[in-house]
Design a protein around this ligand. Structure first.
Ligand code: PLP
Length: 548
């Protein structure tokens, strides 16, 4: 549903879209024969402002496809509520540094041929009600398959990221049945579709799994698109569950980290769930000062990030100088955006991601007295950012509370909340902090990727053991864990966080800079050499796309 292509194209909301963008960038680097399909989302997700009382103000965030993409001359229709809804794609081309290109199709229903309400179907990312979402997923899944065919693509494998595009499996099933009406053996046709489909689930959070009522499906998609007695065994008896549909019609299914694959197996017993741990696109997320440094001794690091394993050869003073440059850029950005002047010599903790309950941005503030006392011994400062979905009341409340706590802790502890977290701001934040904090409620962080971006820039992770960090953390070497794996109740994580900050992280920064820089180099060597999207795409290619 979302792909983050560049800051000016507002067709993404968070980690899922950023991952899709990094996937496209690595596909281009690796010259994989791949085409991406998403919605145009002309109205964007949201542009965030923070009001004086700390509440989020959500504005429209439109972008104009004509400025960044080319309209293609193909048009196809899907049936929605008995009307023909026409879809035209915009073409955006992702180009890698050595020139290979990957097409991205942005589906758009804002056409003269369509009724006014249908023109808005592809407008708003994650907006509207269930029926609006159902229409979007019909456009994405069914429209996507039809457009690819109209444009002359011959697709060997469809890779569904999340259940949003799962209607494409039904379109493939219908085609098989129509091309072979005599046979009419559903099980056989299902097997054929499964051979063509790969499904990656990206979250254990319930709200991430769409369900539609069969009344809505009948009314919007039509009763005979796929007869309900054939559909229900594939998609659920009570409601049409897009995740179930994707699970049942995909021959390869994976979670996005080992821990997440285990969690998914528990949520959906009876399916084979593989694990392909996420990665980030090295060149996209590396500050130019580090990029120059890597280039000197590890040429080709962007294309083949495995070579970063030799980062221990970097000179300490060069690593520290590159970090100072990145931190300087961030402190400038903080000053410009909020007026807060941070101290370059005081460790800066960063926390930025979608603001929502399970990410627990409030964990750090569990005990204000304790924070003040830690800051009294080992001064630190904090920068935060993140948008809340307009209907996520808990997420919006968290943003307000963070602002209350910032006021309560001032002026002793310098803190800033930067509005409108996006790719550009993320790039500055993950490079310019000293410590990247992550405190999700296990096991709800499927993977997480921002910490991988931080590691590319020598920023040390301090995180609860969940998602990717279970695989990457060597405590005291590549970063730090908060609590032991699975040993603590969630309620004990705040204590574990304070103990780690006061006992290890902050004293190390203030008292043993040489060991700190040694850890930065350990993080650079051991994390991005594996947690990159080149390795991720090589694994999808050999294990999911080309199957025995
Ligand atoms: C990387 C990134 C995310 C994902 O962050 P997590 O900590 O993995 O949730 C979200 N939003 C933006 C803008 C990002 O760059």
């Amino acid at each position: 549903m979302e792909i983050a292509l560049r800051p000016e194209i507002h067709s993404y909301s968070g980690g899922l879209g950023i991952l899709a963008g990094d996937t496209a960038r690595s596909c281009a680097d690796l010259e994989l024969p791949v085409v991406f399909v998403t919605l145009a989302s002309r109205a964007g997700y949201l542009r965030q402002e923070i009001a004086a009382d700390g509440s989020q103000v959500a504005h429209d965030d439109p972008w104009n496809p004509a400025e960044w993409a080319t309209p293609l001359d193909a048009m196809i229709a899907v049936g929605i509520e008995g009307r023909s809804v026409w879809i035209r794609p915009w073409l955006y081309v992702v180009t890698c540094p050595i020139g290979h290109e990957i097409p991205v199709l942005l589906l758009d229903t804002d056409l003269d041929q369509n009724a006014p309400e249908d023109r808005r179907i592809t407008d708003r990312l994650y907006g509207g009600d269930d029926v609006y979402r159902l229409k979007q997923e019909i456009v994405l899944g069914i429209g996507g398959v039809r457009l690819l065919q109209a444009l002359g693509f011959s697709i060997g494998t469809y890779h569904l990221n999340e259940g949003h595009a799962a209607f494409l499996t039904l379109e493939l099933l219908r085609r098989r049945q129509r091309s072979d009406p005599g046979a009419n053996r559903l099980a056989h046709e299902v097997d054929h579709v499964r051979d063509m489909c790969v499904f990656t689930t990206h979250t254990p959070v319930e709200a991430g799994h769409d369900r539609f009522s069969y009344d809505d499906v009948r009314r919007v998609l039509g009763a005979d698109f796929v007869p309900l007695d054939e559909l229900k065994p594939l998609a659920g008896e009570d409601r049409l569950n897009m995740t179930r549909l994707a699970l049942n019609l995909s021959g390869y299914v994976n979670g996005v980290a080992r821990r997440h694959a285990e969690t998914t197996k528990r949520m959906f017993p009876g399916y084979r769930i593989a694990a392909v741990t996420n990665g980030v696109h090295p060149v996209t997320w590396t500050h130019e000062a580090f990029a120059r440094l890597y280039q000197q001794i590890l040429p080709n690091w962007g294309h083949e990030p495995e070579v970063l394993i030799r980062a221990e050869h970097l000179r300490d003073e060069d690593v520290w100088a590159a970090h100072k440059a990145a931190k300087h850029d961030l402190l400038e950005a903080i000053r410009r955006s909020t007026g807060v002047a941070m101290d370059p010599d005081v460790p800066l903790l960063g926390f930025a991601r979608r603001m929502t309950g399970y990410k627990r941005p409030d964990l750090l503030f569990s005990d204000l007295q304790r924070i003040r006392s830690i800051n009294g011994r080992f001064p630190f400062q904090v920068v935060m950012a993140g948008k809340a979905h307009p209907r996520d009341e808990e997420g919006k409340q968290l943003i307000r509370e963070i602002h209350d706590w910032m006021r309560a802790l001032a002026p002793g502890i310098r803190m800033a909340f930067l509005p409108n977290y996006d790719i550009a701001l993320a790039k500055t934040l993950v490079a310019g902090t000293d410590v990247w904090l992550n405190t999700p409620q296990p096991p709800l962080e499927a993977s997480g990727t921002s910490g991988m971006k931080a590691a590319l820039n020598g920023v040390l992770n301090l995180s609860v053991l969940d998602g990717w960090w279970v695989e990457a953390c060597v405590d005291g070497i590549t970063g730090w864990s908060i609590g032991r794996d699975g040993a603590e109740e969630a309620g004990q994580h705040a204590d574990a966080l304070y103990a780690k900050l006061e006992g290890q992280v902050l004293p190390l920064y203030h008292q043993d800079r040489a060991r700190w820089v040694w850890m930065m180099k350990q993080g650079i060597a051991k994390i991005p050499s594996y947690f990159n999207s080149q390795r991720m795409m090589r694994r999808y290619t050999t294990e999911a796309y080309v199957r025995p």
